[in-house]
Write a protein that binds this ligand. Structure first.
Ligand code: DGJ
Length: 727
């Protein structure tokens, strides 16, 4: 609910459990007055202290009042160079070369429903949303800034976006444009980020904020394996179930900056948005720029609740139909089994072993097109390699379909190998500055997706392939970071737009593909989890979580990922042992339990499994299908921390609390293992549950307060699943 106090110019955004408030003060400065647990109607500017501190300047309107400074007041959208020395949101450079921004309140609009952002991913929905737009203006360079707020009460979700409009008569260069600024009138907060590298993504890192700026960012052109555009600020004591925490997520897939600053007043500012690194957007008179959406969830009761709110919001208001609600197929992918070395017979062999186990979708990974026999050639030539696949897809796909499986394939549209027809014909279509040798990544170059003709050429080849056979799934991969970011199609003074224009180009093709092939399920991928972000989820309902398929490493990767992203978004497969990345051997049972904490599938040649393993797989697939709704759409509870605790455990509970699935995975075996109980969560304390169809009934209160006795492992990496049903 959005409440306006017109007289005092106070805007309060209430969700079920939280309140967010801002106020345009007597000088028109938009102050951020509160964000936290829901409070009674009140002008919370009474919390603000006006003090003359540490060389903080006073704007001209303040006259002799030295206690009024943009540097000490909590700002809703921070300005630049005119008195606030903390992190700036926005910076304008008009023709005189000044690099300042000063904003004052100029009006507001209130709307039912949710705003949308043309060309950009954004949360969506109907009447359950409300929108507030606050208008600010820099009266000197006549640039206005519209701050968009979307309020989804039921999920405690507040989205924000920003549009900058050049309303003056001269060209203005926009040198930074953050999506979100959040000023806290307290400093005792922890900053949590999700960091790592290729094959070990989204490890949780937590530390208390110290004076100065702490930040994570990407300058790689993708959101990156290394840091995720999702961060948390929280009480020092916050944990899964207690304490105040604030999640901030950017709905964007390119360079980002998430920075937290602890100031001289021991307050904190959080800034989130497009990274100002290599960013400069020219606005001719009348033109506008829209910054990507950010989405906030505040939870007064720990991380678990925050995550569940994000999960629901993403499942119901970001991932689009038809795959938002439709059951996704259990798949088998050939990559780890064959890499580039396959032909039609080998693929059909793999599919033939999977079909009797009720695996539903066969995915042909990299290597099916052009001269793609290694990673040095073929990218860009999106036509079937008939040496490997005689008769093309027209021959292969019916053979897979005859086995009762649907068919999907891999593509990497943003890339090209020098050894390809595309590159030989259009060497000027890549990112790369003139007369400078370019860097290769995985032996490939990046196509300039800011250019429509490049996108159109690539997409028309891909569209032809997708239209040539019954294809129901596409894995959209992206296997390098951007370097040599220079476009032959942009003038010198607009090269600072390229990183963002590249991302807009990717979104543009994804949107076209969704439109042309609405029933194709697109899975995002970026060398595993290098572009695992909410922006991609708007186009690709699931994303390959990591190239690391080792079940034990995956426990940590999926744990970190779960803080923001739902199970239904996390691509997870059972692969062969010893694992290709770690050399570790883990049982088929445990590998299945871990992959079931994601979208679930297999990535191996099942011809090389024992009859017992195949029987296990058959049971896993049947179990997954039977409990699909609970696993993919149930409320998700983390029951342990796999970085610290001896067992990894998590739980999905149906919204009515009548059903739950608990998964437990132990670590390396030890002698004399202590007895452990696992306290479950989210159950109905008054209901009696039958566990795995056993004789005894277990009261919900007992399972939650006394716990379930964790089985004593008799070897490394054992697992158990408990299916609970209330009687
Ligand atoms: C990286 C992906 O993450 C893998 O799953 C696989 O598709 C390879 N690329 C293929 O080149």
């Amino acid at each position: 609910m959005i409440v306006l106090d017109q007289k005092n110019r106070v805007f309060s955004l209430h969700t079920q459990n939280t309140t967010y408030q801002m106020k345009a003060d007597h000088n028109g400065v938009l102050l951020h007055t509160y964000y936290g647990p829901r409070v009674a109607p009140c002008d919370l500017s009474r919390l603000i202290r006006y003090v003359d501190r540490g060389f903080s300047p006073n704007p001209s309107e303040a006259g002799e009042d030295r206690g009024y400074s943009l540097d000490t007041l909590p700002q809703e959208y921070s300005t630049c160079g005119v008195g606030d020395f903390r992190l700036p949101c926005v910076e304008f450079e008009p023709e005189d070369g000044s690099r300042l921004a000063d904003l004052r309140y100029a009006g507001h609009e209130l709307k039912k429903g949710k705003y949308s952002l043309p060309g950009l991913p954004a949360f969506f929905g109907g009447e359950e949303w409300e929108t507030l737009i606050v208008h600010l203006v820099d009266s000197t360079c006549k640039v206005s800034v519209k701050l968009y707020y979307g309020v989804l009460e039921s999920c405690d979700l507040i989205t924000r976006a920003v549009q900058v409009v050049n309303g003056g008569g001269q060209r203005v260069r926009l040198r930074r444009c953050a999506s979100l600024c959040l000023d806290f009138q307290r400093g005792d907060l922890d900053f949590i980020t999700f960091d790592g590298c290729h094959a070990l993504e989204r490890n949780l890192n937590r530390s208390a904020l110290r004076p100065g700026v702490q930040s994570v960012e990407s300058v790689r052109g993708t959101s990156s394996h290394h840091h995720n555009p999702f961060v948390i600020l929280c009480d020092h004591s916050a944990n899964e179930d207690y304490g105040l925490c604030y999640g901030a997520m950017l709905v964007y897939s390119g360079n980002f900056l998430a920075a937290a600053e602890r100031t001289q007043l021991e307050n904190n500012r959080l800034l989130l948005g497009i990274n100002p690194y290599h960013f400069c957007w020219t606005l001719e008179p009348g033109q506008s720029f829209t910054a990507p959406e950010a989405a906030l969830v505040c939870s007064p009761s720990g991380f678990g609740r925050m995550s569940r709110q994000y999960h629901r919001a993403i499942r119901e208001h970001l991932i689009r139909d038809p795959y938002a609600g439709r059951r996704r197929p259990v798949l088998i992918n050939n990559w780890e089994a064959t890499e580039f070395h396959f032909d039609a017979e080998r693929l059909v062999d793999i599919a033939r072993a999977a079909a009797p186990l009720d695996i539903e979708l066969f995915v042909m990974d990299d290597g099916w097109f052009g001269s793609r026999d290694t990673d040095r050639s073929g990218l860009g030539d999106w036509s079937v390699n008939e040496k490997k696949l005689p008769g093309g897809l027209a021959s292969l796909v019916p053979r897979i379909r005859e086995l009762g499986m649907s068919f999907g394939l891999w593509i990497e549209p943003e890339m090209v190998n020098e050894d390809s027809t595309l590159y030989r014909e259009h060497p000027d279509w890549i990112l790369g500055a003139p007369n400078r040798p370019f860097a290769r990544g995985r032996g490939q170059l990046v196509l300039d997706f800011s250019r429509r003709e490049v996108r159109d050429h690539v997409y028309s080849a891909i569209r032809q392939v997708l239209g040539s056979a019954e294809i129901s799934y596409v894995k959209w991969d992206m296997n390098r970071s951007l370097t040599d970011v220079w476009s032959a199609a942009l003038p010198a003074d607009r090269q600072g737009e390229l990183f963002h224009r590249f991302v807009l180009g990717v979104y543009d093709i994804l949107e076209q593909m969704r439109r042309d092939f609405p029933n194709i399920l697109i899975e995002g991928c970026c060398g595993g989890g290098g572009r695992f972000d909410a922006g991609m989820l708007y186009y690709t309902p699931q994303i390959w979580c990591s190239d690391n398929t080792d079940a034990i490493d995956r426990l940590r990767i999926q744990y970190g990922t779960s803080f923001c992203y739902p199970v239904s978004a996390m691509g997870a497969h059972v692969s062969a042992v010893p694992n290709a990345q770690t050399g570790r051997c883990v049982s088929m049972e445990t590998r299945g339990v871990v992959a079931m904490a994601g979208t679930f599938g297999y990535e191996m040649d099942l011809n090389h499994t024992t009859p017992e393993e195949r029987e296990t797989i058959r049971r896993q697939v049947a179990f997954f299908k039977e409990h699909y709704g609970l696993i993919q759409r149930g409320d998700y509870y983390r029951l342990s921390d796999p970085f610290r605790d001896p067992v990894a455990a998590w739980e999905q509970v149906s919204p009515d609390g009548r059903e739950a699935l608990v998964s437990i995975v132990s670590g390396p075996a030890h002698a004399a293992v202590p007895f452990r109980s696992l306290r479950l969560k989210g159950l109905d304390p008054d209901a009696d549950y039958r566990v795995n169809g056993g004789e005894e009934l277990w009261p919900g209160s007992v399972l939650m307060e006394a716990g379930w006795p964790v089985p004593i492992p008799t070897g490394d990496y054992q697992s158990a699943q408990l299916y609970l049903k209330a009687e």
